[in-house]
Design a protein around this ligand. Structure first.
Ligand code: RFL
Ligand code: PHB
Length: 389
């Protein structure tokens, strides 16, 4: 089997890379170890930055998002018993869209298949070879047979636990890592939103976030211990904490919990994001705590840069953009890392915090919701920094 770009992973990064390459007339094959059904129902991110929703629309995969997505002009911060609104639209002329990652996945899969693209689901034993030279290969098992895919480039879009990053010699990479002393319990509840836009709540019992997926589906998060077990969180305890942490500002309607899980909080970046003809994109190269809602957006930003660099290679024989891929992406990645870390430390309390830290956090929350300069900076980062391609 042969293609121009072999892509490992059918998450937002792999699917969008394949879609952008197709639009430039470049062939690719995606290998995914899960089933189509599994990736289309995996509940994850929900917030799309302005430039990323524009990208979905401009490249013909945004129609359903335009109808079903929820457009937000800003965000609420809750602290001291009151809600404080930050209006991104007024501050930076941009907004964000709430539209589940699994919906983006469904739209991209449908589009790739309609355009004759190849996505091989339920592949196993994927391994990558010879990517230091000019003829990389990907070996895998599919439908009971061993397959070798020859390609010019490999897109390592297989997420944080994938095989691409560990296939690079450890001595060639530098990893930057930080773990946080807390996690999030996340639920999906069949209950109407108490507010049209998101509420990030600072509370002495810990952080909580109210977000949504539709006018009848709420998504809520509460800060928990880093090694917490979901068994420790019966429904009644989750609602109790949500009412205590957010309920002082808006009444929360309870509803049946359709899904419940714990997310660990970690910041991680590997440099460089390239080794020979293997290019890491999205979570395979970097992850961040969900507080800034950056993960899916960074995955889409990386592959926008990569698709442009690969297109220039085939069209004009240029390899300078490929050589600069890692440096170009990392400038934006580090700003998103900084923002996610900043939002996280602003809202979370841990055992090392004392009364001084709480006062400091409250002063900063007051500052970022009252100073126009601070609000503009927050809005610029939250709604998404420009992508240099
Ligand atoms: P993905 O989505 O993990 O996709 C990787 C794909 O590769 C497959 N795979 C393999 N396939 C073949 N062979 C192998 N050996 C393979 N190993 C893995 C996997 O099955 C998968 O299909 O990575 P990608 O494309 O880089 O996309 C990253 C995003 O998924 C991630 O950053 C976001 O979900 C993070 N995130 C959020 N991002 C946002 O932009 N906005 C948000 O509001 C937001 N909220 C969140 C989040 C992540 C969360 N969790 C669960 C970590 C909220 C949560 C709770
Ligand atoms: C979500 O909608 O799941 C979401 C939104 C904003 C965040 C994190 C998660 O910061």
């Amino acid at each position: 089997m042969r293609t121009q770009v072999g892509i490992v992973g059918a998450g937002p990064a792999g699917l969008m890379l394949s879609h952008l390459l197709h639009r430039a007339g470049i062939e690719s094959v995606i290998l995914e170890n899960r089933s189509r059904d599994y990736i289309e129902s995996r509940i994850r991110a929900g917030l799309i930055e302005q430039w990323a929703s524009d990208l979905l629309v401009e490249t013909g995969v945004g129609t359903r998002m335009q109808h079903e997505g929820m457009f937000h002009n800003g965000v609420y911060f809750a602290f001291g018993g009151a809600l404080h609104y930050i209006n991104f639209r007024e501050l930076v002329g941009k907004g964000v869209t709430i539209y589940g990652q699994q919906e983006v996945i469904k739209d991209l899969v449908a589009r790739r298949l309609a355009d004759g693209g190849t996505i091989l689901f339920e592949t196993s034993d994927v391994s990558i070879h010879d990517f230091v030279g000019r003829a990389p290969k990907i070996r895998f098992r599919h439908e009971g047979g061993d397959v070798e895919l020859a390609c010019d480039f490999i897109g390592g879009c297989d997420g944080f636990h994938g095989i691409c990053r560990p296939s690079i010699p450890a001595t060639a990479l530098t990893a930057y890592d930080r773990e946080y002393p807390f996690g999030w319990v996340g639920i999906l509840s069949e209950s109407p939103p108490p507010e049209h836009e998101l509420i990030y709540a600072y509370h002495e019992r810990g952080f909580a976030l109210y977000t949504m997926r539709s006018p009848t589906l709420s998504r809520l998060y509460v800060q928990c211990a880093p090694d917490d077990d979901i068994e420790n969180w019966p429904d009644a305890r989750i609602w109790h904490e949500l009412h205590a942490r957010i309920g002082g500002t808006r009444k929360l309607a309870e509803g049946p919990m359709l899904q419940k899980g714990i997310t660990a909080m970690r910041s991680f970046v590997v440099e460089p994001m390239q080794y020979g003809r293997l290019f890491l994109a999205g979570d395979s190269a970097h992850i961040q705590p969900p507080t800034g809602a950056k993960g899916m957006n960074l995955a889409l930003a990386d592959v926008s840069v990569l698709a442009r660099a690969i297109t220039e290679f085939y069209r004009n024989g240029r390899s300078d953009l490929l050589e600069r891929y890692s440096a170009t992406c990392l400038r934006r990645v580090w700003k998103a890392q900084r923002f996610s870390w900043w939002m996280t430390q602003l809202f979370h309390l841990d055992a090392t915090h004392n009364a001084f830290d709480r006062k400091r956090q409250l002063a900063e929350l007051d500052y970022v919701t009252s100073s126009e300069a601070a609000m503009r900076s927050l809005a610029e980062n939250y709604a998404g920094l420009p992508v240099e391609i």
